[in-house]
Design a protein around this ligand. Structure first.
Ligand SMILES: NC(=O)c1ccc[n+]([C@@H]2O[C@H](COP(=O)([O-])OP(=O)(O)OC[C@H]3O[C@@H](n4cnc5c(N)ncnc54)[C@H](OP(=O)(O)O)[C@@H]3O)[C@@H](O)[C@H]2O)c1
Length: 408
């Protein structure tokens, strides 16, 4: 039995696909055969799992009865835990609701494969779910439409939003790193920089704590928390002896730490080792004794020297990112000094800049990135502003390199 109306009463799910198509042609925004409010709620629920879910995508699921009333909600749990659909169905059953004949709204196609958990599409079918409404198809090649096919084959009605729907874009933004890893085989690389209004990130003597205020630093922790890994360079370790963990906001998952240390010179008493988390050190020059000592402290050392003439003593940063993708890293949060920032930018490996700009002038000092001087303004690295917000007394500017998010 299809739904008669949504919670706002704007659309009727009982109208035919033909009617919907003709309405689409004359009105904006495009009406859908499913209620807006429930789809928006599904995305909100998905967002609740954002810090918890990686390396899985953050997915939301709501279960509704035939009248469109929400019976239960669920989002992806920590890796190895239940997916959104299972959480929502468990909650519905725990509250005494029947699942037979219900509709499941999901922000991403239910999985069809045996990964760390069983296929969600089979669980939905077994529970008697009559209809699945999905915002997007899973980009994971192990799923990629097979979840929908299995549901349909089992007699479940399936509706998927058209890919040009604005909600699809929002759903992909929420899991941009997951889409990047699945479709580009490399993580989404977000470079965070705290700078003065004149673009300085440290004084000439290395002092950089603190250029921005408390609100920007807390937001920087939120950016770390959403990432799968924080990436830094040896210069920052030697100058600041940082922890580079998430402290300013509540999270149950610490992102991995990735350090570029070509000669394995990380001090064994560095504070980086004080945090329980996965810690990868990428190096270029093999040294078995140093490797053993660092691994005894809990790090994993990976040799990835450059292959080009003259680059053998430096880490191949592009290969490092591919390797990180194979280690299920979706989003890399770069928090490094101007040297590593410059290397990543010169290699064209950065997707997005998150810059916290303090209303201060520091005059002399280090810039955001060590880049060669340009002879012509046309040679500038071109970005597009994506978002601009206040963060306490500072600004947060998010800018993306042209075309980097074209896979969304
Ligand atoms: N304001 C901010 O947002 C911010 C953020 C972080 C840090 N900082 C400041 O930045 C300063 C440190 O800057 P920094 O430039 O000296 O440090 P960095 O960029 O963090 O690290 C530099 C090191 O990275 C390694 N590296 C760079 N490119 C490489 C490549 N292609 N392959 C392999 N290794 C590469 C090199 O060490 P190896 O050759 O040993 O590998 C290099 O010495 C500190 O004062 C810190 O406080 C500011």
């Amino acid at each position: 039995m299809p739904e008669q109306s949504d919670s706002s009463g704007r659309h009727s799910a009982s109208i035919s696909r033909q009617t919907v198509n003709s309405v689409q042609a004359i009105s904006t925004p495009v009406p859908r055969p499913v209620p807006d409010a429930l789809l928006h709620r599904t995305l909100q629920v998905a967002t609740q799992g954002r810090l918890l879910a990686p390396p899985n995508p953050a997915v939301g699921c709501i279960i509704c009865n035939a009248q469109g009333q929400i019976l239960a909600e669920g989002h992806t749990q920590a890796v190895g835990g239940p997916h959104a659909e299972i959480m929502a169905m468990r909650t519905a059953v725990a509250h005494g609701h029947a699942l037979a004949g219900a509709t499941a709204y999901v922000s991403l196609e239910p999985c069809s494969h045996h990964g760390r958990t069983g296929p969600c599409c089979d669980a939905l079918t077994a529970a008697g779910i009559q209809r699945v409404v999905a915002i997007d198809t899973d980009p994971n090649p192990r799923v990629a439409g097979q979840g929908f096919a299995r549901l349909r084959a089992a007699g479940v009605q399936v509706h998927v939003l058209p890919t040009n729907d604005p909600l699809v874009k929002q759903a992909r933004e929420l899991n941009i790193g997951f889409y990047s890893r699945m479709l580009r085989k490399t993580p989404w690389v977000r470079m965070k920089v705290a700078s003065s209004l004149d673009g300085r990130t440290a004084l000439n003597n290395g002092a950089s704590q603190w250029i921005t205020g408390d609100a920007a630093r807390a937001d920087g922790h939120a950016q770390r928390a959403r990432a799968c890994a924080v990436l830094t360079g040896m210069g920052t370790v030697m100058a600041d002896n940082p922890l580079l963990n998430v402290r300013a906001i509540a999270t149950t998952r610490q992102p991995h730490l990735v350090l570029v240390d070509s000669r394995l010179e990380t001090p064994l008493d560095a504070r980086l080792f004080d945090v329980a988390r996965t810690f990868y050190i990428y190096a270029a020059i093999a040294n078995d004794a140093k490797k053993a000592a660092l691994e005894a402290r809990g790090a994993t050392v990976i040799y990835l020297p450059g292959t080009q003439e003259g680059s053998q003593h430096k880490v191949d940063l592009a290969a490092m990112l591919r390797d990180l993708a194979q280690r299920e890293i979706n989003e890399v949060h770069v928090e490094a000094g101007h040297q590593l920032n410059g290397s990543l930018l010169r290699a064209g490996l950065v997707d997005e800049l998150v810059t916290y700009v303090a209303p201060k002038l520091l005059a002399e000092g280090r810039g955001m990135a060590q880049l060669p001087p340009l002879a012509d303004l046309n040679q500038a690295l071109q970005l597009n502003f994506h978002a601009i917000d206040r963060s306490g007394p500072d600004l947060r500017i998010v800018a993306r390199f042209e075309g980097r998010d074209c896979f969304l």
